[in-house]
Design a binder for this molecule. Structure first.
Ligand SMILES: *Cc1c(COP(=O)(O)O)cnc(C)c1O
Length: 358
């Protein structure tokens, strides 16, 4: 049975997006593709306030996460972590044969500007990675504060994963002086998985050219050269790029401010609903995500069973990620979801909860 997805990625995809994906195929070395690529890249540039073209990668987000460190770590990378995705990034860097150190905050807590400042103060690093919105925990770290500190370290490439926040909250890569800002499209963009988008600053493009061993598939220089012709180094997932063009048009038609406000409203409603049902909130106050909320089990709810019952009713529920599975559960509120979708889910869970609580 097809279920409505209430998991934080891949998220529920609207029918009109799926339809856009069914646009007839074109060759990627054609004028038609160049026009499509230009329109999508420009839409993303506008979304992120990027002065450089935004690149399209036919890969999931981890492809570009790996690519970013391969292009920009020449000396040593500081990887900041407060959950599963950010921790994995350190592992990725090491598996690429790069020197990398892990700096961890507790799960549920944000990565702070002080933490970053302390780690970088010794001058050991020429790159850092941070995840803006930790999807495993529902924690949004203070990107603006971190960016302020990063201005003290212009020699350190500032690499940011905004996989589950890009387009849901304002991110101005020029003002923040972010070197790489990347996202996969199956979270806040509301597309099927398989495409990643990323901005790269001028200084990072220049640095990348001097980095040895950066491979081919994610070589930033290749992306830059091809972007001049509104194209990609290798054959892109054209169907998804059509769908992204469609989503970007919808976003600008909604208005970015309205889109951000819609996410905030859903986040606040979800936090209030969880507390009203006797659950706790996992993310620290002040660091709660605008795109998903992690509830803490009250100790008397069988989340596994709740997920099963929700599944039987046609809803895919999340019951926590990794080491906090079943102790927590995550409710997504991103992409095309509106308050009506949240109310629909809350109503379902309120009906099922008495059956799974001791
Ligand atoms: C989902 C996610 C990823 C991994 O994305 P893939 O598409 O599986 O490569 C990385 N970082 C964050 C914050 C995510 O939410």
């Amino acid at each position: 049975m097809t279920k409505k997805l209430y998991i934080p990625g891949p998220v529920e995809v609207s029918a009109d997006v799926l339809e856009a994906m069914a646009t007839p195929m074109i060759g990627h070395r054609t004028k038609d593709y160049a026009e499509l690529h230009r329109s999508v890249s420009e839409g993303l540039q506008k979304l992120l306030n990027s002065s450089e073209p935004v690149f399209l990668s036919t890969s999931s987000a981890f492809g570009v996460m790996e690519g970013a460190v391969r292009n920009l770590v020449q000396k040593r990378c500081a990887c900041f972590a407060n959950g599963a995705f950010s921790k994995k990034w350190h592992d990725v860097a090491q598996r690429c044969g790069l020197e990398a150190d892990l700096f961890s905050a507790e799960w549920g807590q944000p990565v702070t500007a002080e933490m970053v400042d302390q780690a970088l103060a010794g001058g050991k690093y020429d790159a850092m990675t941070v995840v803006h919105n930790e999807t495993s925990t529902g924690v949004m770290s203070p990107l603006e504060d971190i960016a302020e500190v990063m201005k003290k370290y212009p020699e350190v490439s500032f690499i940011v994963d905004t996989v589950s926040s890009m387009s849901a909250v304002p991110i101005d890569v020029t003002a923040l002086e972010v070197d790489v800002c990347l996202a996969g499209v199956q979270k806040a963009f509301g597309l099927p998985p398989g495409l990643a988008v990323f901005s790269v600053s001028r200084r990072a493009l220049d640095k990348a050219r001097t980095t040895p061993g950066r491979g081919y598939y994610f070589d930033f220089e290749e992306f830059e050269k091809n972007a001049e012709k509104h194209n990609t180094p290798s054959t892109p997932c054209i169907s998804q790029i059509y769908a992204l063009q469609h989503q970007l048009r919808k976003m600008f038609a909604e208005g970015l401010e309205n889109r951000y406000a819609r996410h905030r409203q859903m986040a606040e409603a979800t936090q209030a609903w969880l507390m009203g049902q006797g659950f706790g909130l996992y993310a620290a106050e002040g660091a709660r995500s605008m795109t998903l909320t992690t509830g803490v089990n009250d100790g008397r709810t069988d989340l596994e069973q709740l997920k099963k019952l929700a599944g039987e009713r046609g809803y895919a529920m999340d019951n926590g990620y990794g080491k906090i599975k079943n102790q927590t559960f995550r409710i997504p509120h991103m992409a095309d979801f509106t308050m009506a979708d949240m109310t629909e889910y809350f109503t379902l869970l309120e009906e099922l909860l008495p059956q799974v609580r001791k």
